[in-house]
Ligand binder design. Structure first.
Ligand SMILES: *[C@@H]1O[C@H](CO)[C@@H](O)[C@H](O)[C@H]1NC(C)=O
Length: 292
């Protein structure tokens, strides 16, 4: 059983009239020689507890938006996913070009509305719930989405986006951080001096998508603990999105606002959906990147 503690690196963001402060460039992710996840990404979801309809919708729309939709204009969620896909080209043997695209597909979905293992999801419980999430299907990434009131192990202990490996089976676990760990709901909460409303209208739903995006990026680019990461304090490491935490926009001062919800967004998804996605380390430019 392995887990990767992911440190949060606070990058101070100065929102003044000029461009937003961008990553200072002192820490770089490097490839440690191991395999990344490649090929089609099949995902099995276990909804744990009282996950709201809005949260389920946001997660589904986000996952659907990772595949190129061709609609609705820029910036697209799929452009963000292209950066995740591009890591393959920058491995030690990658040669700098020709990253494959991964089709993302939800192949299994189950519900555990009554908290069958209680309200604290420790790794032992995640292991027990694994077959429910994957439905026993091979080559399926297990995704646990827990409702408000559930504590996901390690969520606030130095990390927000959770992913790990149990018996060689990669998983991503996200919760609703509003009450359990409001700092993991940045920038919707715990963002003094800036006001970013959630694009879906519900903090929990959009915070979950951010955690999921970070967890997926980590699971793809550092699935077995010897992929891309940077060393941080102690045993902590920084990965694709945690190395770029607390960046609203790498390119412009203000985010557009969706008139329908009043929420700010930096990426568009399928069917008119809007998302705020975490900044991600771009291995091509060795700097943090956001869709806007
Ligand atoms: C959850 O609990 C409710 C109320 O006790 C019950 O009606 C429902 O069947 C339970 N669902 C599952 C999947 O156990």
């Amino acid at each position: 059983m392995a887990s990767f503690r992911i440190a949060c690196l606070v990058v101070l963001l100065v929102l003044v009239a000029g461009p937003v402060a961008v990553w200072g460039g002192t820490v770089a992710l490097t490839h440690r020689g191991g395999r990344l996840l490649t090929g089609n990404l099949n995902i099995g979801i276990l909804w744990y507890g009282a996950v709201t309809e809005k949260q389920k919708q946001a997660v589904h729309s986000f996952l659907n938006s990772l595949n190129p939709s061709g609609g609705d204009g820029e910036p697209q969620v799929s452009s963000w996913w292209h950066v995740v896909e591009s890591y393959q080209a920058y491995t030690k043997t990658g040669g700098g070009k020709g990253s494959p695209t991964f089709t993302v597909k939800v192949v299994n979905e189950q519900y555990d509305p009554n908290y069958s293992l209680g309200k604290v999801l420790i790794k032992d419980f995640i292991k027990k719930l694994m077959p429910k999430a994957t439905g026993g299907k091979p080559n399926t990434l297990a995704l646990f989405v827990a409702s408000k009131g559930v504590t996901v192990q390690d969520m606030c202990a130095g990390s927000c986006a959770q992913h790990g490996l149990i018996d060689e089976q990669p998983y991503v676990a996200v919760g609703d951080p509003e009450e359990e760990c409001p700092e993991c709901a940045w920038p919707f909460l715990e963002a003094p001096g800036i006001s970013v409303k959630p694009p879906s209208g519900e903090v929990g739903a959009d915070a979950m998508v951010m955690l999921l995006a970070g967890g997926l990026a980590g699971a793809v680019t550092n699935p077995y603990g010897d992929g891309f990461y940077a060393d941080a304090r102690g045993d902590d490491i920084l990965e694709a999105t945690s190395v770029c935490s607390h960046i609203l926009s790498a390119q412009q001062a203000r985010l557009p606002v969706d008139p329908a919800t009043g929420g700010a967004y930096n990426a568009k998804g399928v069917s008119g959906t809007k998302f705020f996605l975490p900044a991600i380390w771009n291995p091509k430019t060795s700097s943090c990147w956001t869709p806007l």
